[in-house]
Unconditional design. Structure first.
Lengths: 192, 385
């Protein structure tokens, strides 16, 4: 009798253990799915960063003729125009690699880039963009059109550029040129 | 290969020498005819000074040129409301430019500028005013002074020395600040105008204080200014940038703005009628008009810029950077002809030094003065407005 009881207990115990095992196994089988689903797009999102690049044309100022000259640069190709535009402006701040003048104060930081439905890109710089600017009509024109011509040249979706400083609209860049309206490209400032 | 290229270079050199020798002796004369809102201007520009006389017979004005040097002519095709054609000819050993007008019912007014030499002849239809004071010879710009006779209601010219107070503007390498240069020139210009003309001069600032750009424009509008002249010194990232330029407002127009502008320019009185009629829209429309106040004066502003730039070229000995447009905040809301003069570059050490001399600042003031005198002569306050 006690042997039978023991056997019954063992069988019961085994069934419990098995069902518990299946219960947890099934749970574990379900739970990995969620992180899996999230991690997969994360991986595909970062993959093109390593693989795909985009060649862009940046405009910088020439000491010789005072016009904007093109300089080719590769930036990582990204998921959106905003993402790529951001990289492009960061490259503009870093400056020229061929000895041209970069008319964006190097201390400037890029805060935000977004594009509205009408094709206006809003570029929001840190306050250094204006505070570290040397001021002067020609200097302000160079800064603005280096940015505007570079952005509109590389992205068809960008038609005009509106500049914010530290998150707000600003009257002028540094006392001269109005920032109240978005800028259209000015091809006449580009060297032919 | 080396021999060949050397031979080629030699040929090129010989070619260049032969090509250029006669060109250097000849004086190049350019003629251009351009329509403006209420007159047509013929501009004769030459690489050196020319003696000119004018005779009028019926619908033809002949400009006779006395010059021992040989002349090379460049004429751009004429397409104008008043001028039918221009043609070069010779008479008694002199060069003659025959200007054929579409009608013999016209008046003209001539004046000159130097460096480069320019003879400008403005044609107007019909009306016998103003009498052609220039008569048979072109009046020198200095003679214009006596021709300015402001009306009894004294008008105001607003001078705007750029920056001030905590806002220094551009800075020179030796520490010169734009705000100091602009104030000094502004005060000199005020003195010259008050000495020679009977206009009231109002300064947006006469000391080293900060004035908002909005208030500068408002000062002009509240005084019903005849002209607004903003004085600046330039700054560039490019170290070698140099020269003088005169700006008027560019309307950095998006598509909507262009439509808004065209609407405003063509039918100002209609819009004003609507304002009265539709009270609900009144505020919005007023705001639009005010935002773009300068857009109604763009043509006159460009004329004023041209005339001031011609005098800067004649008096300063700086490089002529011409007249240009840019979206200046200070000009946008001014409701009268308005320009911004960039006298020279503070970012250029050479020009910074010049900007600090009294002589140079006097010359800038004198040049702007002469330019505005020429402008007032063309657009007398009692008439055009």
């Amino acid at each position: 009798m006690p042997r039978r009881r023991l056997l019954l207990l063992v069988v019961l115990g085994l069934t419990l253990a098995l069902s518990a095992f299946f219960f947890f196994f099934q749970d574990r089988g379900e739970t990995p799915r969620d992180p899996g689903d999230v991690s997969v797009p994360q991986e595909t999102g970062s993959l093109p960063e390593d693989a795909a690049v985009k060649t862009v044309v940046l405009f910088f100022l020439s000491e010789n003729d005072g016009l904007l000259h093109p300089e080719e640069r590769t930036i990582p190709a990204g998921p959106s125009v905003e993402w790529e535009a951001r990289r492009l402006v960061e490259e503009l701040i870093k400056g020229s690699r061929t000895g041209l003048i970069s008319p964006l104060p190097p201390e400037s930081e890029l805060r935000q880039v977004f594009i509205d439905r009408g094709g206006t890109v809003v570029v929001d710089f840190s306050r250094e963009f204006a505070d570290r600017h040397p001021s002067g009509t020609s200097a302000e024109m160079a800064t603005i059109y280096c940015l505007v011509n570079s952005l509109t040249r590389n992205f068809d979706a960008i038609k005009r550029v509106f500049i914010l400083v530290n998150g707000s609209e600003r009257e002028t860049l540094s006392g001269h040129i109005s920032l109240a309206e978005p800028f259209l490209p000015l091809p006449s400032l580009i060297a032919q | 290969m080396a021999k060949q290229s050397r031979l080629l270079a030699a040929f090129l050199l010989v070619g260049l020498v032969f090509g250029f020798l006669p060109a250097q002796q000849a004086v190049t004369v350019r003629v251009q005819v351009r329509d403006y809102e209420d007159f047509t201007r013929l501009t004769l520009e030459a690489s050196s000074r020319l003696e000119t006389r004018m005779t009028r017979t019926g619908g033809i004005l002949e400009i006779l040129i006395d010059s021992s040097a040989s002349l090379r002519f460049q004429t751009t095709p004429v397409s104008s409301r008043l001028v039918r054609s221009v043609a070069w000819g010779r008479s008694d050993g002199r060069h003659v430019l025959s200007v054929v007008l579409r009608s013999s019912d016209f008046t003209y007014n001539a004046f000159t500028a130097s460096r480069p030499f320019q003879l400008m002849v403005d044609f107007k239809e019909g009306e016998a005013v103003p009498p052609p004071t220039a008569g048979e010879s072109a009046a020198a710009p200095t003679a214009a002074r006596s021709a300015v006779r402001p009306s009894s209601g004294i008008r105001t010219i607003v001078l705007d020395p750029g920056h001030g107070g905590i806002e220094p503007g551009a800075k020179g390498r030796f520490g010169t600040l734009e705000k100091d240069i602009t104030l000094a020139i502004g005060l000199k210009l005020k003195a010259v105008i008050e000495k020679n003309l009977s206009f009231r001069v109002v300064m947006t600032r006469d000391k080293d204080i900060a004035v908002s750009l909005e208030n500068r424009a408002a000062l002009a509008n509240n005084n019903d200014a005849l002209l607004f002249i903003s004085i600046h010194a330039n700054g560039s990232y490019k170290q070698s940038s140099h020269g003088s330029e005169t700006f008027f407002l560019s309307l950095n127009a998006s598509d909507e703005d262009v439509r808004r502008l065209a609407y405003f320019e063509n039918t100002q009185s209609e819009i004003e009628g609507r304002i009265a009629a539709q009270e609900e829209e009144q505020d919005v429309l007023r705001m639009i008009l005010w935002d773009m106040a300068q857009s109604a004066y763009i043509r006159q502003s460009s004329r004023l810029a041209e005339l001031i730039q011609a005098e800067l070229n004649a008096l300063l000995g700086t490089a002529n950077r011409g007249i240009k447009q840019a979206p200046f905040k200070v000009l946008a809301e001014v409701a009268c002809p308005a320009v911004l003069v960039e006298a020279a570059f503070l970012s250029n050490p050479d020009e910074e030094r010049r900007l600090t001399t009294e002589e140079f600042k006097n010359n800038v003031a004198q040049a702007i003065y002469q330019g505005l005198v020429n402008y007032i002569r063309l657009y007398p306050p009692e008439g055009g407005r």
